[in-house]
Write a protein that binds this ligand. Sequence first.
Ligand code: M6R
Length: 608
Amino acid sequence: MCGIVGIVGNQPVAGRLVDALRRLEYRGYDSAGVAVIENGKLDRRRAEGKLFNLERVLSDSPLDGHTGIAHTRWATHGAPTEDNAHPHFVDGVAIVHNGIIENFSELRDELIADGAKFSSQTDTEVVAQLVARELRNGVEKKAAVQSVLSRLKGAYAIALMFADDADTIMAARSGPPLAIGHGKDEMFLGSDAIALAPFTNQITYLQDGDWAILHRHGAEILDFDGNKVDRQKQISTAATFLVDKGNHRHFMEKEIYDQPEVVSHALAQYVNFNTGLVRDIASSIDFTKMPSLAISACGTAYLAGLVSKYWFERLARLPVEIDVASEFRYREIPLPAEAGALFISQSGETADTLASLRYCKDNGLNIGAVVNTVESTIARESDAIFPIMAGPEIGVASTKAFTCQLTVLAALAIGAARSRGHIDEKQEAELVHHLVEMPRMMSTVLNDIQPQIEELARELSKFKDVLYLGRGTSFPLALEGALKLKEISYIHAEGYAAGELKHGPIALIDEEMPVIVIAPHDRFFEKTVSNMQEVAARGGRIIFITDEAGAAASNLETMATIVLPNVDEIISPMIFALPIQLLAYHAAVFMGTDVDQPRNLAKSVTVE
Ligand code: M6R
């Protein structure tokens, strides 16, 4: 989603603002802009498309102010044109905004009736218009902004600056995150600490309902009623992460190949390598007596949760209520207060997941956050944080976060199984042994399958539709395979539980639609093979992703068979995730799409 940066600086800021925007590129955007205050006047440069367009405009026509705000826009209201790109200016007020002003149409009508002229189709401009109207009416800046904030409905983060005051940026948060960075005689503002990492590691996070006035030497933080609030300054670890593609063509490719390493970081956090058992996590969330567990998340994080449902239910005999967060938040699910709840999010800022968390919190549940960004809102609002240790994930398509989420959830499920008395120490040690083997297995698989997958992806990229099938934990994996392929290659793909094939999707089977079957040689294998036979009998082309035992046990003719090593059921979702990620990646490369920032998508979805 949109990215915000601001600097009240002591040297020219335009270049630094654009550098910071680059660190927010991963969030997804379709236009960008930067504005500064120069000699008591606002000036700006904006451009459609990627940041290099903005850089080109800036190199032809540089900006020289020491205070500025900048923005990457992910279009919601109005097309991604230069006119709609932020910053917007109204009578000496400049604004950038992330999120949605839900009552913008009513406010816009009111302003138009009052004589306002709009120069964009955005909801953002109403905020600048409202502030400018207050200032024209003689209200001083702080009071003007506070009164306008009280009129806005929706989820938003905004930054404002004023032509006649080069020592101030004002910022407000109601939903999407904002971080204040403390420098030496300079103050910074950013959508996250990663954007500010080159400038400072001293960060204060605004909480929902905070707004702030930044000056060169500090910041005043207030609530929306105007009362001063105290928010801690903390040392961010974002600066220690390298945001770099290394030798890879895309961040996604790098992140796929990072998995053996990051998964081992996750394991180190949850497994005691000396005892060979899961670390004791009972102090943070106690699975022992809870009658049920609610899990909610979006997209890939939801699918990681869906895999874990199988683990929690089978290993720990813990019933799981799971739904995508956009549904969960409104279902008014009756949840016992003794139940636990897990929210899974790479960014920790996903609006629907956060709303689901708050629903459970209001119902008195014990809340755990499985997050990558431990400084995020979801982490901060939870009783227990379970970091997934994946490091920053820049590619919009989630890969290493998925397998790290699975790793953490597997460890939690094993811990829950032990504390609930459903496995003994020997069984636990056996499961943990398989988890510990996983990074090595991942490295082997990534090295071995790459040439075959690349060739297969070339074939796959010629098709318009693809079906993915799986049973057990391979069912959520089928959904994840379809999600990955469609989001980056734009090939239409659907995932189904293999047993559902006969209940509808079989009607689609012909030689124009490859069927990717994910089937390790597990308890479900024979049944999945029967479904494959049904596909084959109708002339369907099968891409069979299985293990050595599965390949030996099936003699069906396939378009391709990808053979992985035999692994235990507990780690097969993490191992089988690798070919589906690589297949989507290489198909997208053949299709020539923007792999890391696919069209229309945002990395962090901070609005509903
Ligand atoms: O940051 P989150 O994990 O909460 O994000 C959830 C989804 O938006 C995300 O997983 C999305 O589905 C990915 N683009 C999938 O690759």
